[in-house]
Design a protein around this ligand. Sequence first.
Ligand code: DGY
Length: 326
Amino acid sequence: MPESSRRQIFVTRELPGSALERLGQAHDVSVWPHRSPPTAAELLENVAGCDGLLTLLSDGIDEEVMQAAGAGLKVISNYAVGYNNIDLEAASRRGIRVGNTPDVLTDATADLAVTLLLGAARRVREASQEVSSGDWQTWEPAGLLGRELSGRTLGVIGMGRIGTAMAKRMVGGWNMKLLYTARSDRPKVDESLGGRRVELAELLRQSDFVSIHVALCDETRHLIDEAALAEMKSTAVLVNTARGEIIDQDALVRSLRDGGIFAAGLDVTTPEPLPPSHPLVKSPNALILPHIGSATDTARHEMAEIAVDNVLAGLNGQDLRCEVNL
Ligand code: DGY
């Protein structure tokens, strides 16, 4: 590419695979070299004069960052399907295109939701702890009893791509009955998976397993609060692979402690990382993972390819491969 058409891109972390090399052939790319995200001040400093940004879900991209980048900023490509870390309205106002990386992480994330559901239901954390701490004494008829899955009711909050993939696995694999919430009816889901769209309160009351698959926005922040948890069965398992802030964590700690629900499997928390001293980490019936829903080699490589395609298209003034503020 001729010198004159090379643009300045800041990438907030190294990515797996060779996609960034492709970006570097066309443009001047600077990659944040550390394992931890840039601080807010470091971000402001590094974006100055950039035409494109390739960001992670842990980077808060607000109007101040866009302002610091300057008038040349054309595209922000988020290496995630979620984009709650970006002020979309500010980007749209400034004519900045925003991209994300959907579809390629659907299977990986649905697989992890199943892993958490099974792990929390069968008390894998406590069982594994018993082995590693030396507390395993004998085979006990009533030791570490968990919840059976087959034929029970799964409630999926948010029947989008990942929610549907999760539901397929549970209905097909464990013959579960399916309830879901969604903005509109999903006739195909009803037909192929025997699903029924219901209000949230009914889903919470009737489900044995509840899995969260909505995006984080003002409407869904603390959707699962004290009152919602109180609607759930005391035998229920709650799974969250979406965003931590959808659950009121203090209320969840109390519910897990007081037998309000049986267990939780969480891939996302508030904050991330969750300090080891946090009461949720201390709750034996909370199985917590460090936000690894999309962490398979296939998904993360494909996400990098889409994120780079999005930057390249945005710099060329073309529609992004996956655009969120059309
Ligand atoms: C996303 O893409 O939004 C996930 O949370 C991480 O891959």
